[in-house]
Design a protein around this ligand. Structure first.
Ligand code: ARG
Ligand code: ZN
Length: 467
């Protein structure tokens, strides 16, 4: 033991304090940082309190143990982030559950909860630019959210497990974080479940082992940046199958036993669909792929969870699979800047269906466009302006979003449009983009003023005279 260490440290601390005082930092803030609290929300047009300001998450390491019998989740979230201002305190979003403790850089942090905001006050204030590590331990029975449109999301219990999905705000029901799509991060998700169950998540499965108590721990790693709404967990008696796509991308699909046989042939098509999409949209943005097919009754819709979309069996058809795989480029790699930009996800994924039908199903995109044009429901509002959160997933966001893209194609021609389909996901790969980014990009690439097109098809209130 070197007994001179503590004394040297004390002397150093005294010297630093003196320096801070000399520099005018006489407020008592440690290390001379006089931070302010990070914002409690990012002022998203639909969810103003969603996400938090003052820092940027780099990595989540989630360690989750689940007991399907009681529905209890025991979690530790280790979050590595970078301060983008001097911070005295900051928030994480978390809905329900009980926080047992929190620390920042290994030292206990004071915490407080109000609504879906968990406020942490680190022992030492954080300097702008500093990387820091937050650990939150928590537990409880997660409560799903019912969206404004009546759908359920979050941690959804099943007979023998759970399925977690998070679009747009459900992920805060199962882990604390910066739950706005503008803060993307890498994820390591470690799942411990009773013997006999599988636990599937995003990315690559890096290990799977049985502990002395018989429980099984599976570790998943999602390396590329991911918006929190795209994180998923599926626990149950899943049958898994592996394959390879695009020469080197591991494909892992999982299906609940009662739907495994019926979904097998379509699951086998994933490598081929991805190969076809790569030709249209450019390089596949992720280092893993797959699908999760659940029994009907838990989830009312499919979701493009990153690398491994989730489908209720009733929605596991080729068109929906094409749609959710297209989201890997449009939505997952290029993510919306705010929830108002959701049509950039859904319009492109819908247009990917039209393209697929045109190329492999003999239905010209013009026919799909005309069918969509004829539907009254598609004209309720402009795609980039859903009136309320309740309308985020309404038909105009999908169908009218795709119609904008088809009109763009007819205006600039197939060749320029093909360049946009590849160039847009390349330019904003693993980033975020807004509607204004898209219109500016299309104009730059084509060298054309497309104001007339946007005014009528993207922003116009009603249906134009003719398709
Ligand atoms: N993004 C999903 C899709 O691929 C739909 C999600 C619906 N979510 C909801 N909360 N209504 O179309
Ligand atoms: Zn979609």
């Amino acid at each position: 033991m070197n007994h001179s260490r503590p004394r040297a440290a004390a002397a150093l601390a005294a010297a630093l304090t003196a320096l801070a005082l000399l520099a005018g930092g006489c407020t008592g803030a440690i290390g001379g940082v006089r931070g302010t609290p990070g914002a409690a929300g990012l002022r998203d047009p639909y969810f103003p309190k969603l996400g938090n300001g003052g820092y940027d998450v780099r990595r989540y390491a989630l360690n989750l143990a689940y007991d399907p019998g009681t529905g209890r989740l025991d979690g530790t979230a280790e979050i590595t982030a970078r301060a983008d201002q001097d911070l005295s305190a900051f928030n994480l979003d978390l809905a329900g559950l009980t926080v047992g403790g929190a620390s920042v850089d290994g030292k206990p942090a004071a915490f407080n909860r109000a609504g879906n905001e968990l406020t942490l006050r680190p022992h030492e204030e954080l300097r702008e630019g500093a990387e820091f590590r937050v650990t939150v331990t928590y537990a409880g029975v997660p409560e799903p959210v019912t969206d404004a449109d009546g759908t359920r999301e979050g941690w959804l219990r099943t007979d023998d497990g759970a399925v977690a999905v998070g679009e747009p705000v459900g992920s805060m029901t199962w882990f604390p974080g910066n739950h706005h799509p503008s803060d993307k991060a890498a994820y390591d998700i470690t799942l411990t479940v009773p013997a006999g169950l599988e636990a599937v998540s995003n990315g690559v499965r890096t290990s799977r082992g049985t502990a002395a108590d018989g429980r099984v721990t599976t570790v998943w790693r999602a390396t590329e940046p991911m918006a929190s709404y795209l994180a998923t967990v599926a626990i149950g008696r899943y049958r898994t199958e592996t394959a390879t796509a695009l020469g080197s991308v591991p494909v892992l699909t999982a299906a609940e036993p009662s739907v495994a046989a019926d979904s097998a042939a379509l699951r086998d098509e994933i490598p081929q669909i991805l190969a076809r999409q790569v030709r249209r949209f450019g390089p596949y943005p992720f280092s893993a792929a797959g699908a999760i097919v659940t029994e009907d009754g838990t989830l009312g819709y499919a979701l493009e969870t990153q690398t491994r979309p989730v489908f209720p069996a009733a929605s596991f058809d080729r068109t929906t699979l094409v749609h959710e795989l297209a989201h890997q480029w449009f939505g997952n790699s290029v993510s919306p800047a705010t929830w108002r930009d959701l049509w950039l996800n859904e319009g492109f994924a819908t247009y990917a269906e039209w393209l697929y039908a045109e190329e492999y199903g003999h239905v010209p995109a013009r026919t799909s466009f005309e069918r969509a044009f004829a539907e009254d429901a598609n004209w309720a509002f402009p795609p980039a302006a859903p009136p309320t959160a309740e309308n985020l997933f309404d038909p105009p966001v999908y169908q009218r979003g795709a119609m904008v893209l088809h009109k763009l194609r007819e205006t600039v021609g197939d060749k320029a449009f093909g360049e946009i389909l590849r160039g847009w996901p390349a330019k904003y790969r693993h980033a975020n983009a807004s509607t204004a980014d898209f219109t500016a990009y299309a104009e730059t690439v084509t060298g054309r003023d497309l104001d007339g097109l946007w005014t009528v098809w993207l922003y116009g209130r009603g249906r134009p005279d003719g398709p």
